[in-house]
Design a binder for this molecule. Structure first.
Ligand code: GDP
Ligand code: IMO
Ligand code: MG
Length: 431
């Protein structure tokens, strides 16, 4: 059985690259095996796509378990929530007849993204000019800065009685900061939506998430923690400063949900058969040729949140091995294998070489330095699709899988060959 007997443990599913690995799809596929899906970090910067019955859904703050009737969904304390964006998601789901009032819980310790956080995000990006992060402009950085700066507002403050006073004080602080940034803005419309969103949030179950999750574990409920972004965007281990502001790695589950390290069970690490990045920052294997264009076209590589085109490149194995190490991955999941269909040959980086230095398979401190990937070439496999079964994998694909497994030291348990639920191949469930 894929999910080993890890009673009283929480499984983790997260991205091993720069996000958009297909986490939403794989959570959806695995969600029938879990009672609870819990988000532990990030916020509306995420865009998780799920596709079934020929409809594509994109979720941002809400866990990807919402389409399964018997699944509970928790927004954990490590998440930052924007009431206006949250309300838009809830309304879209309501239109589909999905009522989440009994199935979606929000931790009281979850921090709020204020309308002025979004403005501060935009002002900071503008001030950075060419060195901008390429943020999603959802206010993520400023909200986490207020959290660690000990100024933040939390969901629990909504029911504390003097929320309005706290909100106005923090907003005034932001307005003073914005005066110094020479940035024109008007929040009136967004603020109206935001304040309405506060009332929507108040209707949900606002809980002590850390008690809830540990109670569920004691009761033997099966829980999956759903990551957002990816390991290379982690605030500690990503390509700093071109990262997001949260802990996207397995350790973030302990912080973002309140579970002890010993309670971590299986860790599903998701990666594309190649790699993409949206926003600025170093990208050693980025392609600027016809191969890059083909990956972008075949993979429909446009951001699910911002619609920006994603930069595309060959799989970066030193980075993947690093991500496997940092996260303690027990099961690898390869997505978008179908996008490599019909490549006569393709490549993957196995080392980085730096001018005048030795080639290495380790991630350097500064990815911006003059790194050149050392590639290994692989033969293409023709076509893999919904009809491909685990016992009939094309030999060239099986060779690619074996190479990645040997390189990273982790086994590939699942391969995704299309965006739909059913376009999923379970390799060896005992791996
Ligand atoms: P996430 O942020 O990790 O959930 O990923 P996104 O949803 O942002 O981006 C992944 C995109 O690839 C979405 O449009 C998915 O529908 C799509 N997708 C997921 N798995 C596959 C796959 O195996 N093959 C193809 N062709 N598309 C996939
Ligand atoms: P999912 O969960 C891809 C990127 C942004 C930018 C950097 C910082 O869908 O995989 P932020 O708004 O967080 O301050 O932006 O991180 N980024 C993502 N890239 N997928 C995501 O989420 C991302 N969330 C943030 O493009 O480079
Ligand atoms: Mg995404």
């Amino acid at each position: 059985m894929l999910i080993k007997k890890t009673r009283m443990k929480i499984d983790v599913l997260l991205g091993l690259q720069w996000g958009d690995e297909g986490k939403g799809k794989i959570v959806d596929v695995l969600s029938t095996r879990y009672d609870v899906i819990a988000r532990f970090q990030g916020g509306p910067n995420a865009g998780h796509s799920l596709e079934f019955n020929n409809i594509k859904h994109v979720l941002h703050t809400i866990p990807s378990g919402v389409f399964r009737e018997n699944t509970l969904n928790l927004i954990g304390n490590g998440v930052v929530i924007d009431p206006a964006a949250f309300t838009e998601e809830i309304e879209a789901l309501e239109k589909l007849g999905i009522d989440l009032s009994m199935r979606l819980l929000i931790s009281k310790k979850t921090h709020l993204i204020l309308p002025t956080h979004r403005i501060l995000d935009a002002a900071s990006e503008k001030a950075k000019g060419k060195t901008k992060i390429g943020s999603t402009l959802r206010g993520i950085g400023p909200a986490y800065m207020d959290k660690t700066g000990r100024n933040g507002l939390r969901i629990g403050d909504l029911i504390s009685g003097n929320f309005e006073k706290k909100y106005n004080e923090l907003k005034a602080k932001h307005e003073r900061m914005l005066k110094n940034l020479d940035f024109e803005y008007d929040i009136s419309e967004y603020e109206k939506k935001w304040l309405e969103g506060i009332e929507v949030i108040r209707k949900f179950q606002l809980v002590d998430g850390e008690y809830m999750i540990n109670k569920w574990l004691r009761e033997g409920k099966k829980i999956l923690a759903e990551g957002a972004q990816g390991t290379l965007l982690d605030i500690e281990y990503g390509t700093y400063p071109y990262v997001t502001s949260s802990h996207t790695v397995t350790a973030g589950v302990c912080i973002g949900l309140g579970v002890a390290p010993a309670k971590i069970g299986n860790v599903f690490g998701i990666f594309k058969a190649y790699i993409t990045r949206v926003g600025s920052g170093p990208f050693p294997t980025e392609l600027f040729d016809a191969n890059g264009e083909k990956l972008q076209k075949e993979g429909h590589e446009y951001g699910a949140t911002t619609g920006r085109p994603r930069r595309c490149g060959w799989l970066d194995l030193p980075a993947l091995k690093y991500a496997v190490m940092i996260n303690g991955v027990t099961h690898l999941v390869m997505t978008k294998a179908d996008v490599l269909n019909n490549f006569v040959s393709f490549s993957a980086a196995v080392k980085y070489s730096v001018e005048g230095g030795k080639a290495s398979d380790e991630m350097p401190f500064d990815m911006n330095s003059n790194i050149k990937p050392v590639y290994r070439q692989f033969d293409g496999w023709g076509t893999m699709n919904i009809d491909t079964t685990a016992d009939k994998l094309p030999q060239q694909f099986a060779d690619y899988v074996k190479f990645i497994e040997n390189y990273t030291g982790a086994k590939i348990a699942i391969v995704s060959v299309g965006p739909k639920r059913i376009e999923t191949i379970f390799l060896d469930e005992n791996k």
